[in-house]
Design a protein around this ligand. Structure first.
Ligand SMILES: Nc1nc2c(ncn2[C@@H]2O[C@H](COP(=O)(O)OP(=O)(O)OP(=O)(O)O)[C@@H](O)[C@H]2O)c(=O)[nH]1
Ligand SMILES: [Mg+2]
Length: 241
């Protein structure tokens, strides 16, 4: 049965601080999986050239609003859709700027997987912790921490491990069902759709397969996750998610 016929939908959202590379990651994912239409790609190439880019600014695949392109930040949630033979996917690219946290919450409110971006060079900021907390409050069951911009730290394993150690301690308090950590470069495409040769010390999943294979419990997870009640308490115990 096709994914559309089976109706199995996986919803993902990006989260994380401003400029950590969320839109670039979604653009990279869609581009490398050949999911961007030719005319869309031509428009992004033109817009990139106008902004002085040599190649493609992949963040422009989702940052389509004039204000977003002028300010170089995401403001509204952008949804992108694609399907594989087994599943349909809805990607929500959310803003990282604290001023637009309400939009981030909207994008995350129906997600089953949060892709939480952390800039490898800048490390874990307040906004990354805030977004991890928001994701847990909204009942998002799966967290994939994408340690991005590894190119800026020379693919340093120790840097990745230090971020993983610190954030996994924090995430453990939040009760996610799974937490995965992926070292990547959205700009250069390492460990996004293709496995990187620049991280020989890493044998985990790429971004594009992290949710598809490790979490084989998706059919259950695809049900609406529990929501906080008006009192802020969960309507269902976490153990039932
Ligand atoms: N060196 C390097 N730069 C990157 C990488 N990924 C993204 N960038 C750059 O980081 C800047 C911000 O990227 P965006 O994708 O717009 O960041 P964002 O998280 O979507 O930002 P907001 O939506 O405004 O919160 C851009 O200049 C990107 O080219 C990466 O892997 N390496
Ligand atoms: Mg963005």
């Amino acid at each position: 049965m096709s994914a559309i016929a089976s109706g199995e939908v996986v919803r993902l959202c990006t989260m994380g601080s401003v400029d950590d590379g969320k839109s670039t990651l979604i653009g990279r994912l869609l581009h490398d999986r050949k999911l961007v239409l030719d005319d869309q790609l031509a428009a992004v190439r033109d817009a990139s050239a106008r902004r002085g880019w040599d190649g493609l600014d992949l963040s422009l695949i989702t940052d389509g609003l004039r204000a977003e392109r002028e300010q170089g930040i995401t403001i509204d949630v952008a949804y992108r859709y694609f399907a594989t033979p087994r599943r349909r996917f809805i990607l929500a690219d959310t803003p990282g700027h604290v001023q637009y946290t309400r939009n981030t919450v909207t994008g995350a409110s129906t997600a089953q997987v949060a892709l939480l971006l952390v800039d490898a060079e800048r490390g874990i900021g307040e906004q990354a912790r805030r977004h991890a907390f928001v994701a847990s409050l909204l009942g998002v069951p799966h967290l994939a921490v994408c340690v991005n911009k590894m190119d800026k730290v020379d693919w340093d394993e120790e840097r990745f491990v230090a971020i993983r150690e610190r954030l996994s301690r924090f995430a453990a308090l939040l009760g996610f069902r799974d937490v995965a950590f992926i070292p990547l470069s959205a700009l250069h495409g390492d460990n996004v759709a293709e496995r990187s040769r620049r991280t020989p010390w890493y044998d985990g999943r790429r971004v594009c397969s992290a949710w598809a294979m490790r979490w084989s419990c998706f059919p259950r997870a695809c049900r609406r996750p529990s929501r906080p009640s008006r009192t802020g308490c969960r309507s269902r115990p976490r153990s039932r998610r």
